[in-house]
Design a binder for this molecule. Structure first.
Ligand code: URA
Length: 229
């Protein structure tokens, strides 16, 4: 790939800006200053911009531990977006795979690979999403069968797909969904006359939220995590 294109894809800077930096001698290629924007480079080359290494452009896959009061959107008038927590070039253009409500915490997958994002979110792929739910009222044992059969949500004409509920305490359960309707978990509990007080996503498909990640932190996915979806 041409050096200017490589730099632009890696950093998110415009070609014009890259040409200016090249001209100013701010770029080195394999430890030599370089000014020729058309040079062919690859991931094997060592490229530095103003003394900082330039990462190879390409697909990026991240997991983020979403805190409360951040929205899963590319922009929002009221709250900061989860993408503002990502310190990478062009983070604001990345895909958020399966959105969480502003008051929901936990696992969010973020990528610049649109096809992969589609695999995570498309109902056809039936990627399970596991939530930990805390409710205001005790969760009755019958809820397990109700959710396994599917419940009718307010304002909809088709019941939810079978979902797996594991009650772990009087007011706490793990719920695994194969679909992602609007406010689905909250509405499923509302259909039973209960109220979700707190909601946290722990897993998507085979990817579990890394316990080392504090709210607001993220890390790159491993190759196995990416392939497992
Ligand atoms: N279901 C909800 O109700 N809210 C979420 O954030 C995710 C699933």
């Amino acid at each position: 790939m041409r050096l200017d294109k490589y730099l632009s894809h890696s950093t998110g800077l415009s070609r014009k800006e890259i040409h200016r930096l090249l001209h100013a001698g701010k770029i080195t290629l394999n430890e030599q200053p370089v000014r020729n924007a058309g040079l062919k480079v690859s991931e094997q080359d060592d490229i530095y911009l103003d003394g900082f290494p330039v990462e190879a452009p390409g697909a990026r896959y991240l997991m983020l531990n979403k805190p409360v009061d951040f929205v899963c959107a590319n922009s929002d008038g009221s709250y900061p977006t989860v993408l503002s927590l990502i310190d990478l070039p062009r983070a604001d253009e990345m895909h958020i795979c399966g959105r969480l409500d502003v008051d929901t915490t936990g696992l969010v997958l973020i990528t610049n690979d649109g096809k992969w994002a589609h695999r995570v979110t498309s109902p056809r792929h039936k990627t399970g999403k596991r939530y930990r739910v805390w409710t205001s009222d005790p969760i009755p044992a019958e809820a397990v069968a109700r959710f396994a059969e599917g419940v009718m949500l307010n304002g909809e004409d088709k019941p939810t797909l079978p979902a797996e509920l594991e009650i772990v305490a009087e007011n706490e359960a793990l719920l695994t969904l194969q679909e992602g309707r609007y406010h689905q978990v909250k509405r499923m509990f509302a259909a039973l006359g209960n109220h979700v007080q707190r909601l946290h996503r722990e897993q998507i498909g085979t990817i579990s939220l890394d316990e080392e990640l504090e709210p607001g932190e993220y890390r790159l996915l491993t190759e196995d995590e990416v392939k497992g979806i």
